[in-house]
Design a binder for this molecule. Structure first.
Ligand code: MCN
Ligand code: MOS
Length: 764
């Protein structure tokens, strides 16, 4: 899909270059309904698949009778656990793969309520849905562990890789003059992207085309290829537009294997739309967490010890740690430290990554505990964070690449008016409303990955930027047009960006807030190389009009090449291409230098997460940082809580497009407000079923819940973090919002909120 749109009319001359406030190039297409989403692709001859999910949480299917479904009008095929689909287990995220292990996306063994147990393919969606209802399944139910508070749940296994210690935390804690200790909890949370999941799968011979919303076309193509035993090149994932993913669209799931297997059997394209209720169990949301944090400090609030132990829920059949200790070792200087994380197996689908996995629940504990410490010693909560400021990474000992958290605290404090705050809880009010002001910090690591981009200068002077990377709303189309315009010296209107197709050059996942840094780097390098090539041709080619000028250097600006002197010759790139007789100039570059791409083949580098470089892979420790300042109004009679003001300051390095970055931060903050006050997956204790599996009962923040949100950038270019100096933006905004709100509710009411969401019953 090529996007050509006019730029925003802000009159800002820097609009189309890096750092300009260019509006989203895909914005008009999306809001006018002209952006084709995966399931809207008109595929000829498509049949409709409907997924049937288990109604028990643990046990076995003892009988499955699909005769009525098979006989129903329009039924083309019924798949059950007894259908042999001939699939093989694919690699995990990191590229590890067991040898020749068969993969059964449908199974008689049930480990969670909502597990895929059958599918019907019909001529129409209505017929398939009706037939799906007619499948008779007899279960033999086994006792289920419905959550980690279930008496049957175990303490869980400790993950050695997540155990961090230095100094002697327990003795230092015992000796500390001031000690606080508390448990913090977060419930199951879900992505609820507005575009639900699903796909259309079509086979032509042994090539497979999949239209499916994807945060990672290359990674998902690899999975499908491995499931079906195909060469990687034989699978194509097409995903030009995505209605939000938040971590849920980075992986191919069982329903995808089922739809593609059905399409192969039927020799007909199959579309399978996951229904809204099914999106709560067809893939995993954020795991429930609990964590205990003990802080030891002196009477000035200077930390002496931190002891942290956390746990998260996982499935019985696979592990996904929602790492409560993800932020704890990073935020504050402390000489004695210990943290561990346990995984508790319960009957759920394996949880997954949801915006800022780990960092998000981790800061809910730590930033709440720091607030509790501030009150225990009678120090302002901003001041206590400055007193314990980590001047270098306490865990790795490496210097920060850039860490402007002090600047974030100070800019946020000034903009919010924090100095006017009175320390005591319940000391600020407005009529019936108790007013509370809270602060909390957040962080997210800089991850770096190999990604390629192709830049093509065409005969008409326009430029194509091509990559298999995706845009799910975060702004990739737009920032890549800006990056190419900047590097080439071509107006942004002349740039066409093509994304969202695994047959295009390889790119890493739009995840871990790493895509913008990775792919702007590749585009910048490729566009700069294209510009150099064009200049070299203009200087050296026999048919170049610049041959007679005697120039030994040329400039490119606003789509024209010129001799850099007053009155020097200047011609448009289009005329130059024509004079040179060139149809195109094409360059392809990788964002990582050759020596940092690791031993893996390029393909492996962008189809797995195995070669991603973590925040301390080099000489520095690299992270984004933020500080949130929040005001809440709590109705003393009713216990209702409104977030009435938010000011947040961010250090995300250089910002490629402030308009889009601000929108990313606000989006994260809005999700954080929902997380703090509304979101909670509720499990029926009788059958392990998620009861609020719809947008009416699983509450997320709406416009009416959201106040004015002021966001401030305090970042400076970080040359270690990425080619252009930016750090991650997409996830850090949600990190620290919930604890800032909980801290504000304490300030308003005097009650500690350690268990999300903060509902009125907890406040009264
Ligand atoms: N940006 C910038 N300057 C920087 C870095 C980023 O201006 N230094 C802006 C750009 O507009 C860029 C965007 O922020 O497109 C996000 O960049 P980045 O932080 O690199 O994140 P990714 O591109 O890797 O996007 C993934 C990230 C994640 S992991 C989740 S989860 C998330 C998020 O983005 N899901 C989103 N933001 C989302 N936004 C929307 N609308 N929908 C989702 O599902
Ligand atoms: Mo984001 S949870 O890494 O897709």
């Amino acid at each position: 899909m090529t996007i050509v749109e006019s730029r925003s009319k802000r009159g800002d001359s820097a609009d189309g270059t890096i750092g300009g406030r260019l509006s989203r190039l895909d914005g008009r297409l999306k809001i006018t309904g002209s952006a084709p989403y995966a399931l809207e692709q008109p595929i000829k001859g498509v049949a409709y698949g409907v997924l049937v999910q288990s109604r028990i949480a643990a046990g076995r299917i003892v009988a499955i009778d699909s005769s009525k479904a098979e006989a129903a009008p329009g039924t083309l095929m019924v798949l059950t656990p007894d259908s042999e689909l001939h699939l093989t287990v694919a690699s995990d995220w990191y590229g590890n793969r067991p040898d020749n292990q068969p993969y059964y996306p449908l199974s008689r063994d049930i480990t969670f309520n909502g597990q895929a147990v059958a599918a019907v393919i019909g001529e129409t969606l209505e017929q398939a849905s009706e037939a799906a209802r007619l499948i008779d399944i007899t279960y033999e139910e086994a006792p289920a562990i419905v959550g980690f508070d279930d008496p049957a749940a175990k303490e869980g296994k400790r993950l050695d890789a997540l155990t961090v210690t230095w100094g002697d935390a327990r003795s230092a804690l015992a000796a500390a003059p001031v000690r606080i200790e508390a448990e913090y909890r977060t419930p199951r949370e879900f992505h609820v992207a507005i575009e639900p999941h699903g796909l259309t799968a079509e086979w032509v011979g042994d090539t497979l085309t999949i239209w499916e919303p994807s945060q990672w076309t290359h990674g998902m193509a690899r999975t499908y290829a491995e499931w079906f035993g195909l060469p990687y090149e034989n699978v194509r994932i097409i995903s030009p537009f995505i209605g939000g993913g938040f971590g849920s669209k980075a992986t191919a799931y069982a329903y995808g294997a089922i739809a593609a297997a059905a399409a192969r059997r039927l020799a007909r394209p199959v579309k399978l739309a996951v229904t809204r209720p099914q999106t709560f169990t067809a893939f995993g949301g954020r795991a429930a967490t609990r964590q205990t944090i003990a802080l030891g400090a002196n009477s000035d609030g200077v930390l002496q010890a931190l002891v942290h132990s956390g746990a998260s829920e996982t499935a019985t059949y696979a592990d996904f740690p929602e790492q409560t200790s993800a932020a704890t070792p990073l935020m504050y200087a402390v000489e004695n430290f210990s943290a561990e994380h346990r995984l508790v197996a319960v009957n759920t689908i394996v949880p997954g990554a949801l915006r800022a996995p780990g960092k998000n629940p981790s800061t809910f504990g730590l930033e709440g505990a720091m607030d509790e410490l501030a009150y225990a010693v009678g120090i302002d909560p901003v001041e206590i964070r400055l007193r314990n400021y980590a001047e270098r990474d306490p865990q790795s000992g490496k210097p920060w690449s850039t860490r402007r958290l002090r600047e974030a605290l100070s800019a946020g404090s000034v903009a919010f008016g924090w100095p006017r705050r009175s320390l005591a809880p319940r000391s600020m009010r407005n009529g019936r409303h108790l007013i509370g002001w809270g602060v909390a910090c957040g962080t997210f690591p800089v991850l770096r990955a190999s990604s390629e981009a192709l830049v093509r200068i065409l005969a008409d002077g326009s430029v194509e930027v091509v990559s298999g990377a995706i845009d799910m709303g975060q702004g990739t189309y737009t920032i890549l047009a800006q990056t190419a315009a900047d590097a080439l010296g071509v107006p942004v209107e002349m740039i066409n960006v093509r994304l969202g197709d695994s047959s295009l050059p390889g790119a890493t996942v739009a995840g871990g807030s790493m895509l913008a840094g990775a792919i702007t780097g590749a585009v910048h390098k490729a566009a700069s190389a294209a510009r150099e090539e064009l200049i070299a041709l203009a200087l050296n080619d026999g048919s170049s009009p610049f041959r007679g000028t005697g120039a030994n250097t040329l400039t490119v600006a606003e789509g024209r090449m010129a001799v850099p002197r007053d009155g020097g010759m200047s011609i448009s790139i289009r005329d130059l291409m024509s004079a040179l007789g060139r149809q195109s100039i094409e360059t392809r570059r990788n964002t990582l230098p050759d020596n940092e791409q690791g031993p893996d083949s390029h393909r492996k580098a962008w189809t797995t997460m195995g070669s991603i470089r973590g925040p301390t892979a080099g000489d520095y420790s690299m992270h984004s940082w933020c500080a949130h300042f929040v005001e809440v109004k709590v109705d003393e009679d009713f216990g209702t809580i409104r977030v009435s003001r938010v000011v947040s300051a961010f250090d995300c390095g250089r910002i490629y497009n402030p308009k889009l970055a601000e929108s990313q931060w606000r989006g994260g903050i809005i999700m954080g407000i929902g997380q703090a006050l509304l979101e909670e997956g509720l499990v029926d204790h009788r059958n392990g079923r998620l009861v609020n599996n719809n947008l009416g009962d699983y509450l997320v923040a709406t416009n009416a819940d959201i106040p004015e949100i002021e966001v401030i950038s305090v970042g400076i270019p970080d040359k270690e973090a990425s080619v252009l100096g930016g750090k991650g933006v997409g996830e850090v905004g949600i990190v620290g919002v919930a604890p800032a709100i909980a801290n504000a509710v304490f300030h308003a009411t005097g009650k500690r909120m350690r268990d999300l969401p903060i509902t009125m019953d907890k406040v009264l």
